[in-house]
Design a protein around this ligand. Structure first.
Ligand SMILES: Cc1ncc(COP(=O)(O)O)c(C=O)c1O
Length: 364
């Protein structure tokens, strides 16, 4: 109800444009929630990554370490800057990049690390941030999937020079579409605001010193986002409950699936999604199709970035040995979660999943 009320109020007060007061309020709310001095809200999480890489000082050919097992937006942001992506692998159990994975790919040409949290558990943010400081590397954190998560009690969204967030419809804080960067430098935040808004000037509005673009978020989205910040804890509690239900329902079938960990270090898994990895290889797509026929919509895991078709001409020997990312990408899927699902439905989904995998396993 509060979301609806907030949105209706934004409409009533005509707070709809990207330059309305509601955007500033959303930004203040975000900075406070995630322990940062500044926040700049933008149209989506991909744009937030793009903007972050535009803000930092990278030269053509500088290497940026990022996990292979993540969304394509991470890669595109690096490539748009003409920097060189160097993919690291991820841990087979947390599905997150670790410090060790980063160190494996570190060279004298490394200039930045993109620290991404995946599917509900925090990556080794404290360790990776410390390593970046020691080696004088820029650390950018992508906390799109980790709203409200932390590493050693420090909030995701507060690591590194800049953090990015997405508020797409499936995120724990959502504005339908939306994103933000979070940072501590006032100078950078002011620059980001100019970059978001076509470099309009206070005086001489239509004379532009820089060729920037329009990355604005709308006022209605910002209002919804602000209302959602207040509901974050409730959203996470629900996710944790559903995630633990699935763990209990599927625990006995570990010969069929690898399940997510329920926590790591002192952090509970928030189950942004509930992922499973099939232990029998090469049946994942058939499992997905069969489940769909039975009315259960699932999604495959991220396809590894180093194997993306558009990268086929991009050769870099550093992008070898990414076996875990590949295995996850080819055998992982995630199953339904959310407000529309109750325990009974979770039980039905689990039973259908077990039956389907058992059947396809025998056919194979
Ligand atoms: C880790 C991560 N980064 C960035 C994004 C991109 O966000 P958006 O869909 O808002 O562009 C996503 C989207 O799911 C994501 O999971």
């Amino acid at each position: 109800l509060s979301d609806k009320f907030a949105v209706m109020n934004a409409l009533r007060k005509k707070q709809i444009s990207g330059t309305s007061e509601s955007v500033e309020k959303f930004e203040t709310g975000l900075a406070k929630k995630f322990d940062r001095s500044y926040s700049v809200a933008v149209s989506n999480g991909s744009v937030a990554l793009d903007l972050s890489f535009q803000l930092i000082d990278l030269k053509e050919g500088d290497e940026v370490i990022l996990p292979s097992f993540t969304i394509v937006s991470c890669l595109s942001a690096v490539l748009r800057k003409k920097a060189t992506p160097v993919f690291c692998d991820v841990d087979p159990f947390t599905w997150n990049m670790t410090l060790e994975n980063v160190i494996e790919k570190y060279t004298n040409n490394t200039k930045a690390v993109l620290l991404v949290h995946t599917y509900g558990l925090p990556a080794e943010a404290v360790k990776i941030e410390k390593f970046c400081k020691e080696k004088n590397l820029i650390c950018i954190e992508d906390a799109a999937e980790a709203h409200g998560q932390d590493d050693h009690q420090k909030p995701c969204g507060s690591f590194g020079m800049i953090s990015t967030m997405s508020f797409y419809a499936n995120k724990h804080i959502t504005s339908g579409e939306g994103g933000a960067i979070l940072l501590d430098s006032e100078e950078m935040s002011l620059k980001a605001k100019q970059m978001r808004n076509l470099d309009f000037q206070k005086n001489d509005r239509f004379q532009h010193n820089n060729m920037y673009w329009n990355y604005r978020i709308g006022g209605i989205q910002a209002t919804l986002g602000l209302s959602q910040i207040n509901k974050l804890q409730k959203t996470i509690s629900k996710k944790i409950e559903q995630g633990n239900n699935y763990i209990n329902l599927l625990n006995e079938y570990q010969e069929l699936f690898q399940l997510p960990l329920s926590g790591i270090r002192q952090s509970k898994n928030h189950f942004w999604v509930f992922g499973i990895v099939l232990k029998i290889e090469k049946i994942r797509d058939r499992v997905i199709n069969q489940l769909l026929k039975d009315g259960i919509e699932t999604r495959p895991f991220f396809y590894p970035l180093h194997l993306q078709p558009f990268l086929k001409n991009f050769k870099n020997s550093k992008n070898a040995n990414l076996e875990i990312s590949k295995k996850l990408g080819l055998n992982g899927l995630y199953i339904p979660m959310g407000d529309h699902i109750n325990y009974k439905v979770q039980k039905q989904i689990s039973e259908t999943l077990i039956k389907t995998v058992n059947k396809l396993k025998n056919d194979y």
